[in-house]
Design a protein around this ligand. Structure first.
Ligand code: MG
Length: 173
């Protein structure tokens, strides 16, 4: 069984994952409207990943006999100045998510909930990858600046991203 403190923290994280999904879907819609289909596609994949993260937490709470409580999802931004501004906001957001995961890990340790701590290990590793990925495209966009051909090339590269069901969820299907 989950103790009340861990259960509450996991429910808060489910909401945070859905907020992330909502944010990336909003970014995808922004790019779609701007005529950047590759960027829009990349953020649509990002949206699906965040939804999957929420589902991993939902499944986990249920597997421990806990109660999932879905809360309202707060509004997300809908406009950005440029692709660079979107990726800057994305990195900032991922750094915040990393601190949320670290905080959860800390709570699990404090409460001596080693099963939750073990489950969170996957998310700790996932955040390293998220930050690295976003930083890579942020660097590329800084180099590209206003260069139309550079943006065209990056849009093409981003359009090739494939959504893979994250391992902890794939194992459940
Ligand atoms: Mg996530």
């Amino acid at each position: 069984m989950l103790n009340a403190k861990v259960e509450e923290a996991l429910n808060a994280q489910i909401n945070a994952e859905f907020w992330s999904a909502y944010l990336y879907l909003s970014m995808s819609a922004y790019f779609e409207a701007e005529g950047k289909a590759g960027f829009a596609h990349w953020f649509r994949v990002q949206f699906k990943e965040e939804q999957a993260h929420a589902e991993i937490f939902i499944n986990y709470v249920q597997s421990r006999g806990g109660r999932v409580r879905l809360m309202p999802i707060e509004a997300v931004p809908t406009e950005w100045e440029s692709p660079l501004a979107v990726f800057k906001a994305t990195l900032e957001h991922e750094l915040k998510v990393t601190s949320l995961i670290n905080n959860l890990y800390h709570i699990a340790e404090e409460e001596k909930d080693y099963a939750t701590r073990s489950m969170l290990g996957w998310f700790v590793d996932e955040q390293v990858e998220e930050e690295e990925n976003v930083k890579k495209y942020l660097d590329a966009l800084s180099l590209i600046g206003d260069n139309g051909f550079g943006l065209y090339q990056l849009d093409k590269e981003l359009s090739a991203r494939v959504f893979n069901v994250p391992a902890p969820l794939a194992n459940k299907q």
